[in-house]
Ligand binder design. Structure first.
Ligand code: ZN
Length: 397
């Protein structure tokens, strides 16, 4: 199959390995404000990918982390007067309940950053030894000047990289840094933040090192597919590459980088700051998981998705049509042949998970089933294929 790689900016061929499992790492949530529709869309796309790879016979080792060591989590816990551990635990429980309700397959590995500090420290130590990182007043920074390829995935000049990084948590005015774009590997943090012991004194890791450490611990030095939301194209994923490739000595860290487009709500960007998050658990009060899947897959994953509350009902109609088709009573006339539809469906998914086309094939198959059954055709094989293909989409039916 072909998958669009954000690093090469092409649809790269992805061949199933013959003698080992496929490895997939997806950046997980910081456990607060979960699970909104933006999270759900990303995790549904990778759920579809896992199902499709397994349907092809591959063993898939899928790791998704929980970023429970992160500024926004600590800030939210402080604002609400709760312990950050309690907030993280209840929000992670909520996430897992939402996964179950959405029929999302559990990842093979589901590590929490707070339990992986011991995996991160040796990587940071090695970066210091190699001259890629420097220690100052109990903090450790990665020196971006030591990596000529830094930020390549974003295809931007230095000033633009810096501007984007600053919007996404970088602190350019930190007087301890040699370069405003240098990023934190270890930090003393603010007074009151949780700390762990380290060779540089008590502190905590930076966000980027968490994912490099967990990805390589669970999946190895080189990973087939690494995914996340499009907001991770810079700085998070380039930072992951910069800090792990010198340590493992293996390049590339990742064969294919996949990114899902951000989600809007009724024409406005869906964001915590605008307060217009739609949560999966609320959407599921009005719509079935199958309807939400159908709706969220109705646009290609790389496009931004405008979640229009009025449009979800159309997806419900499509799912109802599927039920009608699967319940249709077969005649004993000439059989309806599913092969052409099956081939068209698979070709769509093999082309960078073209879900809109694949769904259109399912929709047409449902209509064909209903009309052929009404004409007395034998639709048993056709119904079986329709059911099988809908399950690649994770439909519960
Ligand atoms: Zn990550």
């Amino acid at each position: 199959m072909r998958l669009y790689n954000s690093l090469s900016r092409e649809k790269d061929r992805f061949v199933l390995p013959a003698d080992r499992p496929v490895t997939l790492y997806v950046c997980g949530v910081t456990p607060y404000d979960t699970t909104h529709i933006g999270h759900a869309r990303t995790f549904l796309i990778f759920d579809l990918l896992v199902r499709f790879l397994r349907w092809q016979g591959a063993e898939v080792r899928y790791c998704q982390n929980v970023t429970d060591v992160d500024d926004p989590l600590f800030e939210r816990a402080a604002r609400d007067g709760v312990k950050w551990q309690d907030l993280a635990a209840t929000q992670t429980e909520q996430l897992l309940a939402d996964y179950a309700a959405l029929n999302i397959i559990m990842p093979t590995y589901f590590p929490r950053a707070s339990e992986e500090i011991g995996t991160m420290i040796p990587i940071i130590e090695r970066l210091i030894e190699l001259g890629h990182a420097y220690v100052i007043e109990g903090n450790v920074y990665f020196s971006v000047q030591t990596d000529p390829d830094f930020g390549k995935m974003a295809r931007m000049g230095y000033d633009e990289l810096l501007a984007v990084a600053n919007q996404r948590g970088n602190k350019p005015d930190d007087p301890l840094k040699r370069d405003p774009l240098d990023f934190v590997l270890w930090q003393t943090g603010k007074p009151g933040d949780p700390t762990w012991p380290s060779p540089w004194g008590p502190g905590r890791p930076g966000w980027h090192i968490e994912c490099s450490a967990m990805a390589t611990r669970y999946l190895g030095a080189q990973i087939d597919i690494h995914g996340g939301g499009a907001d991770l194209i810079f700085p998070h994923h380039p930072c992951e590459i910069a800090q792990i490739e010198p340590v493992t000595g293996k390049r590339p860290f990742v064969q294919i980088w996949m990114h899902t487009g951000l989600v809007w709500l009724d024409g406005e960007k869906m964001s915590k700051s605008l307060g217009n998050l739609v949560f999966a658990r609320d959407a599921l009060k009005e719509h079935s998981a199958d309807t939400l899947r159908w709706y969220l897959f109705s646009q290609h994953y790389r496009q931004e998705f405008d979640y229009q509350r009025a449009e979800v009902a159309n997806a419900a109609e499509a799912v109802a049509l599927l039920h009608t088709a699967l319940d249709a009573v077969s005649g004993d006339g000439a059989p309806l042949d599913p092969d052409a539809s099956r081939a068209e469906f698979l070709a769509a998914l093999e082309d960078d998970l073209n879900t809109p086309t694949a769904l259109a094939v399912l929709h047409l198959m449902a209509r064909n089933t209903i009309s052929a059954a009404a004409d007395g055709a034998n639709v048993v094989a056709y119904q079986q294929t329709l059911h099988e293909l809908a399950q690649i989409f994770g439909m519960m039916l």
